[in-house]
Design a protein around this ligand. Structure first.
Ligand SMILES: *Cc1c(COP(=O)(O)O)cnc(C)c1O
Length: 406
């Protein structure tokens, strides 16, 4: 007979609690309720599955939400970036400045146009691109800068705009993680020549599949993006092809889902901010350091990121309590094999951060149920880590000393 492993009372209580995921999309879907059945019915009987009234309605609504004139629905966020860059005329011989701390799609979109990505390091407090780094990387070949509002926090777009005026490059926003965020009171999406959104299911505004949009104030640019995304056709003749385009159009069903969710986006972002405030409060001045929030930025907290030299231990101990975490991203883009040809120098802030960052559970419906449990666990682990750093190993779990008060 084998002896069952000893389980203490604390563990039993914890095992009975439901796991807290990094992201829970089901509560968002539940909030839409029966409107989804009506939508499904309407789209399936309309016979109009790509483009059409739902797509047009969503494009108008999304442009208005972003405080811009034009929004063009496309297949996904990566295509939005590629199409925006192509419409700006960017291609071989051009350089496009990108932060090394971003999702790889930002960089891959530049490579897809034939232009060269030029990596810059990020600010140590926010892990976002800075105007100083951009200026240092500018050359006569700099055609554009992609400002990535990573984790939901906007880049200082006033500083980037001032540089753009001086150097003459185009400014692109990668707003795939920042739907509804504001910089100095203005919406993300309205802070550049052209902004790109992803509506991948896990984003703050997510479809039930892949979807994206390009947002701009420039009518010609919007028309060109629409044409490029539709086999290079002009709007008024389906048998003419003026440019070699691609197929990256928005589906009616996705536009319908996005239209249904859009009225809830601000309230969902507000809940994310409440979760973030609770985290900041719980972490206080422990060794788990949240990223800084710039006073001019109204973040929508796509992720809530903390830094610690004990990253793996933190993740393990939270996992033991049923709390999931993530890392966005463990390998900076300039250290990815795919982009080795464009990595010319070390980017120390980025590289160090990649070893220290942890993304905590973040989704609207974590507030109010669930947030206290994560905060309690964080406080408890923070105290453990502090004691262990002070050399008092008697507090480590598994050494016969009970940890925390429950
Ligand atoms: C998700 C994401 C993209 C790509 O969007 P897809 O819809 O997945 O193609 C681009 N940039 C950033 C920062 C993202 O988070």
């Amino acid at each position: 007979m084998t002896t069952p492993p000893a389980i203490d009372g604390q563990q039993l209580v914890e095992q009975a609690l439901p796991a807290i995921p990094l992201l829970d999309m089901n509560a968002m879907t539940d909030e839409l309720g029966a409107s989804l059945d009506a939508l499904w019915q309407e789209v399936t009987t309309s016979g109009c599955f790509v483009g059409g009234p739902f797509v047009e309605q969503f494009e108008a609504a999304w442009a208005a939400y972003c405080e811009r004139r034009y929004a063009v629905g496309v297949g996904n966020g990566t295509d939005a970036l590629v199409l925006a860059l192509r419409a700006l005329g960017i291609g071989p011989g051009d350089e496009v400045i990108v932060p090394a701390n971003t999702f790889v799609a930002t960089v891959a979109s530049v490579v897809a146009t034939g232009a060269e990505p030029r990596f810059v390091d990020v600010d140590d407090a926010t892990l976002l691109m800075t105007a100083d780094a951009v200026e240092a990387a500018c050359t006569s070949r700099t055609a554009a800068v992609i400002a990535v509002h990573l984790y939901g926090q906007p880049v200082d777009m006033d500083a980037i705009a001032a540089l753009a005026a001086r150097w003459g490059f185009a400014v692109v926003e990668d707003a795939a993680q920042a739907h509804g965020a504001r910089w100095a009171g203005r919406r993300v999406g309205s802070l550049s020549d052209v902004a790109c959104f992803s509506f991948y299911p896990g984003k703050n505004l997510g479809a039930f599949g892949d979807a994206g949009a390009v947002v701009t104030e420039d009518q010609q640019l919007a028309t060109l993006v629409r044409s490029l995304a539709d086999h290079g056709r002009p709007a008024d003749d389906k048998h003419l092809h003026h440019v070699a385009g691609c197929n990256s159009r928005l589906d009616a069903i996705q536009a319908g889902v996005l239209l249904a969710k859009l009225p809830l986006l601000d309230a969902w972002n507000e809940r994310r901010r409440l979760v973030a405030a609770a985290y900041r409060d719980a972490l206080g001045d422990t060794s788990l350091r949240p990223l800084a929030a710039s006073p001019a930025a109204e973040s929508v907290y796509h992720q809530f990121v903390v830094r610690t030299s004990r990253r793996d231990t933190l993740r393990e101990r939270l996992a033991q309590q049923g709390i999931a975490t993530g890392v966005h991203y463990p390998v900076p883009c300039h250290q990815q094999l795919a982009f080795a040809a464009y990595a010319h120098e070390p980017l120390p802030v980025c590289e160090r951060a990649a070893r220290e960052i942890v993304s905590l559970p973040m989704y609207p419906h974590l507030w109010p149920d669930g947030i206290e449990r994560v905060c309690d666990a964080l406080r408890r682990v923070a105290v453990e880590l502090e004691r262990e750093d002070d050399g008092d190993t008697s507090m480590q779990p598994g050494r016969g000393v009970e940890v925390g008060g429950g």
